[in-house]
Design a protein around this ligand. Structure first.
Ligand code: UDP
Ligand code: MG
Length: 315
């Protein structure tokens, strides 16, 4: 019996990319004669023609399956939906925006064939990635590795191959949303790396900005209940910054220019405001942890499926 290769691709408004990606993948799967394959597109609530494109491809190629989520749940959750329906002996996950070259898949499989159960890709440099994105993603990973015990490389994306054994263990983890980049390290299996150069995004634009990245880091839950708490953190932080600056200015002015300009009680009030700002922020952060605990204890499913193509509906 030939081994089954699953390719899982979360897509959000990638109507132009799905067909191109499918064609690219087809070349690869055709060359992999010793494997059967299934390609699972997870439509993460796209508002364009993405789902129709997936349907069209499914009509022509029954190896292409589709999962349509009821709304936009975010990349990690869409990926989770796909991974939970993947039947493969080996599973490749990749982005649907053509930034992850399908040509790399045979290399990943080769490493898998040597007994490696997690084969990650490592992006070495992205042409035209944009200065801001480059800096933010570097800072993001610096901060993340500072605050957590797992080490994640800056060029690590959700483009990797995992063995069924690892997949099952990851699918069985109860947390949502799943921060896969971190989980791959946490799960403990040795990780092998294959390097590649990322291509430019072909169509559409990256939907990850700084806010989404921090969201990911926090492994947070639904934004509606967290939004006011985030505002609290921001307000506290603003108070902290403004009064810190004020305090510094006051101290400089008092001690370097004119001692009687500001009274001691004025300085004391400034100091209290600095601490108050910090405390408001910290309370917001603690509250967000509480929201996570609350949401987890609520035990809601991570996503809701509207319809599927080519597979049993497991919703
Ligand atoms: N994506 C998704 N849901 C979202 C945002 C993105 O399923 O809410 C998909 C998107 O279609 C792409 C992948 O996740 O296939 C990565 O998204 P993007 O390219 O925007 O992320 P980046 O490359 O900037 O990390
Ligand atoms: Mg991308």
């Amino acid at each position: 019996m030939k081994k089954l290769l699953s390719v899982v691709i979360p897509v959000y408004n990638e109507e132009k990319n799905v067909t191109l990606l499918y064609q690219g993948l087809l070349k690869i799967t055709n060359s992999l004669r010793r494997y059967r394959y299934e390609i699972i597109f997870v439509d993460d609530g796209s508002t364009d023609r993405t789902w129709n494109e997936i349907k069209d491809i499914n009509q022509k190629d029954a190896n292409v399956k589709g999962i349509s989520l009821t709304r936009n749940f975010g990349h990690a959750t869409a990926l989770q939906a796909g991974l939970e329906s993947a039947l493969g002996d080996l599973v490749v996950m990749m982005d649907g925006d053509l930034q992850h070259p399908p040509e790399l898949i045979p290399k990943l499989i080769k490493e898998w064939g040597k007994g490696n159960k997690i084969v990650n890709t490592l992006r070495i440099n992205t042409e035209n990635i944009g200065f801001f994105k480059k800096i933010t993603s570097q800072v993001f990973y610096k901060i993340l590795s500072y605050f957590s015990s797992v080490r994640i490389n800056a060029g690590e994306a959700d483009f990797r191959l995992i063995d069924k054994e690892v997949l099952t263990k990851i699918n069985n983890l109860p947390e949502t949303p799943k921060f896969y980049r971190g989980i791959m390290h946490w799960i403990g299996y040795e990780i092998t790396y294959v390097k590649y150069t990322a291509r430019e995004r072909r169509y559409g634009k990256s939907s990850y900005n700084l806010q989404k990245m921090t969201e990911l880091a926090r492994a947070g839950l639904t934004s509606f209940s967290v939004r006011p708490l985030k505002a609290i953190i921001a307000i506290g932080f603003l108070i902290f910054v403004v009064f810190s600056a004020g305090l510094l200015y006051t101290l400089f002015y008092k001690f370097l220019i004119y001692y009687d300009a500001f009274s001691n009680s004025f300085i004391l009030v400034m100091l209290i405001m600095v601490v108050t700002g910090l405390m408001i922020s910290f309370q917001g952060i603690i509250a967000i942890y509480l929201v996570d605990i609350f949401n987890t204890s609520m035990n809601r499913p991570a996503y809701v499926i509207r319809s599927t193509l080519g597979q049993k509906n497991n919703a």
